[in-house]
Design a protein around this ligand. Sequence first.
Ligand SMILES: Nc1ccn([C@@H]2O[C@H](COP(=O)(O)O)[C@@H](O)[C@H]2O)c(=O)n1
Length: 594
Amino acid sequence: CGDDHTHTHTHVQKREFPSAPLTPPSRPLQWGSLNVIHTTDSHGWLLGHQHASFPEPNYSGDFGDFASFVAHMKELALEKDVDLLLIDSGDLHDGTGLSDGFPVGGVDAHASNGFFKQLPYDLLTIGNHELYIYNNTLDMHENFAPHFPGRYLSSNVNITINNASVPVGSRFAKFKTRKGRSVTSLGVLYDFTDNDAGTTVQFVADMVKEAWFAEAIKEKPDLFLLAGHMPVARDNWPLVYDAIRAVHPLTPILILGGHSHVRNCLQFDGRSIALESGRYMETVGWLSADLPPPNTAETSQNITFSRRYLDPNRVTYEFHTGKGNFSFDTAWGKGITKGLEDLSKAFDLTFEYGVAPHDFTLSRSPFPSNDSILSLVATALPIGLAVNNTRASIPNIMITNSGELRFDIFAGTFTKNDQLTASPFMDSFLFIPNVTAGVAKGVVEGLNGGGLDAVGRRAEDVQAERWARGYVEARYREWLKEMHERDSPTRRDVAENLTLGYVTTDTCPGGVGDDTPHVALPFFSSPDYIASAAPDVSDDTPIDLVFIDFIQSDVLGVLNSLQSETVYTGDDAALYTDILMSQVLGVYAQQVWN
Ligand SMILES: Nc1ccn([C@@H]2O[C@H](COP(=O)(O)O)[C@@H](O)[C@H]2O)c(=O)n1
């Protein structure tokens, strides 16, 4: 390979023909008179998925490739003389080294957002990950929103600056498409409650009662185009839809949702459609609508819609643009790829902590098992957090929510980028000393409790409260489980050389939504919280109860329900170590995988 490494190379070389053979799309896209390319929940995955084991190569296109795709699609739209809009539904922060590998003093995703700014987005909206840290929201308000004047929407999300609460972006947008269609747009965030001080999220039910909302939707446009960081199913889109339909019974409504990381599509009526386009640049959504020319009198006829979930890779992009490997790249796209590679170098994202002996996966292996990343973390915590820690000799139990783990680890070099894709959150570890081992052992069980939880709430209430705080993994896992159970018995035997990937069903018309056929990923369920092995001490031994700060309120609730001697509060918890969750796996790899 020309270098002097002894390790296996597992990263895909993307710039030439794909090194892994990729299945091409099954059929051309269906274009309408108005078309949308949709991204959502990209979480910093702008350099594409770089590992060689499937399903990763399905998603190996980088943001430069995506930019070239958009450029060619815009040319096609001009040739066809139709509208083509580019829309994003939020969550640009937290997920890879490009967003989270910034040097001390930097702001999360500030640099990676610079690449989003180079794309001609017509509409963008805010996600919950833009709101966990005030400075990130401020950066979106001051440095991101102004780049898309009036088109970065935060209909129900404000930031407080100098005691004044103002929208992070704009509440709504009204604009005309190239073909002269008048559009009214909103950008809605689901009822998120874990936002940082200095930011506010208004519940959707209250937003639709606002005077500005009534005024914004009063005039009839040719279509309503709603972006939102809100799942298209089982959430509050019906509130927005109903409020609009009460005034405009027939006007087309197109909804571009997000947050639950799934591919999904549904219709509220024959003149509306709602599309959700996955996560992590594993999906680019396509939506087309056969709308009449602008200012045409409305009818009650169903609109012909189509939708497709594209695997973002060069084979997909070339197929749909009619280009080949040597005619596909644009100077603009190549510039973006080069900029991303330069950023990766500047952030030292290829720094190697060690060599992972095999794959560790979130849902493709059972928990507990050798191949589970959750089991790996349960082992890695006591090793990683013991480094330079004067409390390391005191017996302990360490607990984290499994949502801290966001992605699989693949066999081979384990880099700074791999560390941050697996575990991007800069969350701290706290501890409460002198909790008796018998009580401490019950905490993780209480956190994971089914039926009634340890503080007596029903499981559904716990789930609803966690959902509001941003816990979305359960929904995504439900989706994986459903596709695994549906797909595996029938198709796996006759897999026709299909590679692993998403196998989606939804209720939208137009046949199968997945652009490229795959066989479903294996799926194993996992708990919401995991703990290191309990120490071998008697139940009355005082030990350190160590936990990630993100789950402090849950831990305190369970702890107080398990014993009555002490009423624990946040004041009883202190910082356990300087090592952050986003660093643990690197510290572990340096010791164990070298
Ligand atoms: N500091 C944080 C913030 C979030 N999480 C986890 O992320 C989940 C929400 O992410 P989405 O992309 O689904 O919006 C949340 O459920 C937490 O599990 C965290 O661990 N630490």
